[in-house]
Structures are given as C-alpha cells and as structure tokens.
Design a protein around this ligand. Structure first.
Ligand SMILES: Nc1nc2c(ncn2[C@@H]2O[C@H](COP(=O)(O)OP(=O)(O)OP(=O)(O)O)[C@@H](O)[C@H]2O)c(=O)[nH]1
Ligand SMILES: [Mg+2]
Length: 198
C-alpha cells in the first residue's frame, strides 16, 4: 500500500469527541519526543503534515489526519514530559485517555518506544491501559537508524520484557531511513480493509 493523499482535519482537546464519519482510526501513542509525529510524516511521505520538534512536548492536542479519504491517522500528545507543569500533564493524560475511550472506530494503537532505551513506567502503564480496555496495539521501536543491526537485536529483549510482548510483535522503525515502513503500511492495510487481508 502507498498513501497518496493526506490532510489535517481536526484537533481535539480534552473531552471533545470526534464523530469520525465511521472511518477506521489508527493512533500513535508514546512518550514525548519518541517520534509519533515523525512516523505519521514518514508514512505519508509528507514532511509538513504533522509538526515535529527536537524539543519534547510539541504535540499538545489530539490531531487527526485523513488519509486517502479512507482512514485516519491520529497523533496523540506524548506523555512523560518531565518539564511540563503538573496541571498540564494531567490535561494531556485526560486528552489521551478521553480519545482512547471515546473513539468507536479506533482499530489499533501504535505504541512507540525509543529502540535505544528501556520502556519506562509510563510506557508500561500505557500498555496496561490498552490491554485493560482491549484496544489492539503494536509496539513500534523507533529511531532504529541510531543503532547498528547487532545493537538493535540486543535492545529488543528488554522492550519485550518490560511490555510483556513477543519479539516478533515488535516493529523496528526509522522515520529517517524508512526501515519498517513497508511492514507498517501492510499492517495498516490489513486493519483498514480486513477482508482484503484474509
Ligand atoms: N534519527 C531519528 N530521529 C527521529 C526519528 N523519529 C523522530 N526523530 C526525531 O525525534 C524528535 C522528536 O520527533 P517528534 O516526531 O516530534 O516526536 P513526538 O513523539 O511527536 O513528540 P511530542 O509531540 O513531543 O510528543 C525530532 O527531532 C525528530 O526529528 C527517527 O526515526 N530517527
Ligand atoms: Mg508530536
């Protein structure tokens, strides 16, 4: 699958729901700065679609992007941004949770972790949350271009242990060099048109 058209549709703040037109939604979750917005830009090959920044805390609302008039990619604010004031952190948590609980058309969450670091307590909490509510998710290990092949293989077991997933369930990804892009697009395709994948 290749994405032809992508456009920003709407931002949601806390407790605002999204009517969604019945189209499937796939959301990006993860710590601030892990690469959620960059992943959306790399999938769509549209570097100007989602705002990214070297500073954590860039995405502060739930941003919805319509892809090929067929589904939505949803960019969530990051969590675990140490410098944010407590009130602000709570607001982001409410936004993430509000979206995840209210969206009837959410098909899958891509749970992003930096391939170089062990998942944090926040990451574990996020994955527990997804399990608890029965939201299908895929762990995506980002910034793979920053490690050699051997280093990548060594970092996967810690991710699996912390998040209680199997190694073959982890998608290795780089927004910079396109590693894992085809596989992720295939996964999206099977989610949005389940019959075609059978
Ligand atoms: N080398 C490399 N850098 C990346 C990759 N993905 C993201 N980055 C960089 O990491 C930084 C953060 O990327 P964002 O996409 O803004 O991260 P985010 O998860 O959306 O962050 P918040 O919006 O703050 O939650 C930027 O400087 C990106 O250029 C990657 O695959 N490889
Ligand atoms: Mg972002």
């Amino acid at each position: 699958m290749e994405i032809k058209k992508s456009k920003f549709v709407q931002s949601l703040s806390a407790f605002q729901s999204f009517p969604g037109q019945g189209l499937p939604e796939i959301a990006m979750a993860g710590k601030s700065n892990v690469g959620k917005s960059s992943l959306i830009n790399s999938l769509t090959r549209n570097s100007k679609l989602a705002r990214t920044s070297a500073e954590p805390g860039k995405t502060r609302l739930v941003n919805l992007y319509l892809i090929d008039e067929a589904f939505f990619l949803v960019d969530l604010p990051g969590y675990g941004f140490a410098k944010a004031p407590k009130q602000e952190k709570q607001k982001w948590a409410d936004m993430i949770e509000g979206y995840l609980r209210a969206s009837d058309n959410l098909k899958r969450v891509f749970q992003l972790v930096d391939i170089r670091h062990e998942p944090t307590a926040d990451d574990q909490m996020m994955v527990e949350y997804l399990r608890h509510y029965g939201i299908p998710f895929t762990v995506v290990a980002t910034k793979a271009d920053k490690l050699s092949g051997a280093q990548r293989s060594r970092s996967i077991p810690a991710i699996c242990r912390k998040l209680a997933v199997q190694p073959w369930e982890v998608m290795v990804y780089s927004s910079k060099d396109g590693t894992g892009r085809d596989r992720l697009l295939e996964l999206i395709e099977s989610e949005i048109s389940p019959n075609a994948a059978e």
